[in-house]
Ligand binder design. Sequence first.
Ligand code: GDP
Ligand code: IMO
Ligand code: MG
Length: 428
Amino acid sequence: MPAIVLIGAQWGDEGKGKATDLLGSRVDYVVKFNGGNNAGHTVVVGDEKYALHLLPSGILTDGVVPVIANGVVVDIEVLFHELEALSARGVDVSKLLVSANAHVITQYHRTLDKVTERFLGKRQIGTTGRGIGPAYADKINRVGIRIQDIFDENILRQKVEGALDQKNHLLVKIYNRRAIGVDEVVNDLLSFAERLRPMVADTGLVLNRALEAGKTVLFEGGQATMLDVDHGTYPFVTSSNATSGGAATGSGVAPNRIDRVIAVVKAYTTRVGAGPFPTELFDESGEFLRSKGFEFGTTTGRPRRTGWYDAPVARYSARINGVTDFVLTKLDVLTGLTTIPVCVAYEVDGVRVDEVPVSQSDFHHAVPIYEEFPGWSEDITGVRAFDDLPQAAQDYVLALEAMSGSRISAIGVGPDREAILVRHDLLG
Ligand code: GDP
Ligand code: IMO
Ligand code: MG
């Protein structure tokens, strides 16, 4: 089972980092294929808690080769900070490979991210402010800077000049900011060149060769299906393809090499930033999920919006990604509820709609139709076999499985590395 994609099924923060870490010891390469340091993955190993942003979570496992592939946007300063912080804690980061074709986030992308959000006012997306959108915009606009450009000062200067030409007019005349000098950007990027050089590789070639040699490669998606720029709740999305298709374009490994698609899905739903979220709760149940699930952003610390499980969203994810297995996380957070509502369909303008509506305005005012399931009160954090879960918890999982479009192969029952029970081998 050599090529596995692992993605988020909802609006992010499903626990992808922990799921990747779970598979870590059985894979040879972990590849980040989209997004950048907008991601935030918390992995708890014993007493140690790691927060990863730009680096794939597989970096925490000895022997794994972590890869930042071409689809990622790289803030090089952040990259070195993260590497240093992990090194200082004894993590071996020496194997990291970075694609020569990955795009670079510079200071003008960060500045533009912040000023454009401010200009949007009430219509703002609630981005992480890391420069992700502007860096991808430059890539699509063909004025982006790639990692390989940093090793050729002439080319770099030309490209930075080209990129800043229009942006400085915008910054000064529209946004009332100071112009950014070509030299400061170029010198900043050049200062990283020698440290970066040994990590840079043709990662598409490396990964294809590894697969041919029978190695196991895990593609770890950042963000999630409903934040995907094509399939998510546009414009309230991130600027990359966070769905399984993004693993192919974002890495140079062809779709027909991918054997398995694992989607991580929470036993309820959360979202950070603006945009539609039909099952969102504004009452004490929402507060219960937030405080018990510790739903605060790993990257920005913002409180996450919380709501019940949305089965049409899970089914949509199963379909768009070709999900073979779900990893259901945070089941333990629901312990103590008397009943647990699950959204099984929506009502849109008085009509029952069973699938995620294609029209954004319909989704905006879709009213969830709930089915109620009995809760349980026993502590389940120590349970390691499905049959040992309280009957009500088993029934809840089986009901979700029946309505979500694929089997639930593993279940998270706590933040710890070991707090997971496996029903079907994810790599077998
Ligand atoms: P990611 O962005 O998908 O990697 O997820 P985050 O790390 O942003 O958010 C998931 C949070 O839930 C982290 O704090 C994890 O430590 C925690 N977590 C993961 N799985 C479980 C679980 O099964 N139960 C509980 N209680 N916490 C979990
Ligand atoms: P992980 O990988 C949750 C959200 C932001 C905002 C929108 C666009 O930890 O699941 P961006 O900075 O990407 O342009 O912001 O996307 N967002 C996330 N929400 N988890 C994430 O990553 C996210 N990455 C971006 O809150 O609504
Ligand atoms: Mg996260």
